[in-house]
Write a protein that binds this ligand. Structure first.
Ligand code: RIB
Length: 352
């Protein structure tokens, strides 16, 4: 920096102000400094700057599954705000494992991220408290009941209710559900929405039609296989996220079910995937990018005003009806028995 200042005949503080935009510098002077930096191949040292200013202008984002388009779409909205505000983003993955979640959170904090956007593996634990108290943190998507922390969530219960009500309005009465991990608030609330919609319609909840999934394709496929090879299969399946709904569509095809003529399927998230399945997926839409934007703006405010009151935002969900749901119809054909692996192609049922 001293060499740049000397060559450009300015003070080192002027060079610093040009690099950090911390004070107005006339355009011609700024241009002279930047030209000198380029000539000398000078690269500001971000680590040294961070130590000096006790900030890194870096945010961390910790999610359970960075391969899921839901988190990828959210991360994109977050990175857009970071870019606008001069922050970098470090994206980390907990693989749905609580120990890895803690380890990765520690790594992000040791890299001195200024703040953390956090999607919890479960409903939080005492182990998380030191992390939540030692840094600016905004939890998104998955609530941490009882913990005072900024949160940007969506109305999952209403989403589950809308999905079920839509199927009831189509005449479905045997509605199955493939849940996400039961220890996550989104899955628990979506299933509560299903139960409340069935109860409001005066229908009993058949617990045997509620099967556990894990928000991954395979659990949707396997859950649908188990449900559709029962003697009394459901006529509709509400999958608690789009990936599992895609698994259901694949299982229905393997088992010779026509969607939606013989089986209706509803998902949750409305990721870009939902528009490109065959048939396109009816799903509960949640404002993924808006959650990301709002959480990032809230986190940057939290970094700047650490002691202001915590904020809690719950954004609405809606239903987008596409081609995977239709009027309930009586079962038209007997079904083959499901195979253990999705790779095995089932032979059509033959009446002997
Ligand atoms: O698809 C991933 C799921 O995990 C989404 O439904 C999102 O709400 C998160 O909870």
């Amino acid at each position: 920096m001293r060499d740049v200042a000397k060559r450009a005949s300015v003070s080192t503080s002027t060079v610093s102000h040009v690099i950090n935009s911390t004070r107005f510098v006339t355009p011609d002077l700024a241009e002279r400094v930047r030209g000198t930096m380029a000539e000398l191949g000078y690269q500001p040292n971000a680590v040294a700057r961070s130590l000096r200013r006790k900030e890194t202008l870096t945010l961390g984002m910790l999610v359970p599954d960075n391969a899921n388009p839901f988190f990828a779409q959210m991360a994109r909205a977050i990175e857009d705000i970071c870019y606008e505000q001069g922050y970098s983003l470090i994206f980390s993955n907990s693989e749905g494992d609580a120990a890895r979640e803690l380890a990765n959170a520690d790594v992000l904090l040791s890299k001195r991220v200024d703040g953390l956007i956090f999607v919890a593996v479960g409903m939080g634990s005492q182990d998380l408290l030191p992390i939540l108290e030692s840094a600016a943190v905004v939890v998104v998507d998955r609530d941490l009941p009882g913990i005072d922390v900024d949160a940007v969530l969506v109305d999952n219960l209403s989403g589950g209710y809308q999905a079920t009500e839509h199927l009831l309005n189509l005449g479905h009465r045997r509605i199955a559900c493939i849940t996400g991990p039961s220890e996550t608030t989104p899955s628990a609330d979506r299933v509560t929405g299903l139960r409340e919609a069935l109860r409001a319609a005066g229908l009993p909840v058949d617990e045997s039609l509620i099967v556990r999934g894990d928000f991954q394709f395979a659990s949707g496929f396997q859950g649908a296989q188990a449900l559709l090879t029962r003697p009394d299969p459901p006529t509709a399946i509400f999958a608690c996220n789009d990936l599992m709904a895609v698994g259901c569509i694949a299982a229905a095809a393997e088992l010779g079910y026509r969607v939606p003529a013989e089986l209706s399927i509803v998902g949750f998230d409305d990721t870009t995937l939902a528009s490109y399945t065959t048939p396109p997926l009816t799903t509960v839409t949640q404002p993924i990018s808006e959650v990301g934007r709002l959480a990032t703006q809230l986190l940057i405010r939290r970094i700047q005003t650490p002691n202001s009151a915590r904020e809690r935002h719950v954004l609405p969900t809606g239903l987008v009806v596409r081609g995977s749901t239709a009027q309930a119809s009586p079962r038209s054909r007997s079904r083959p028995v499901a195979q253990s692996s999705p790779q095995v192609r089932l032979q059509p049922a033959v009446n002997l």
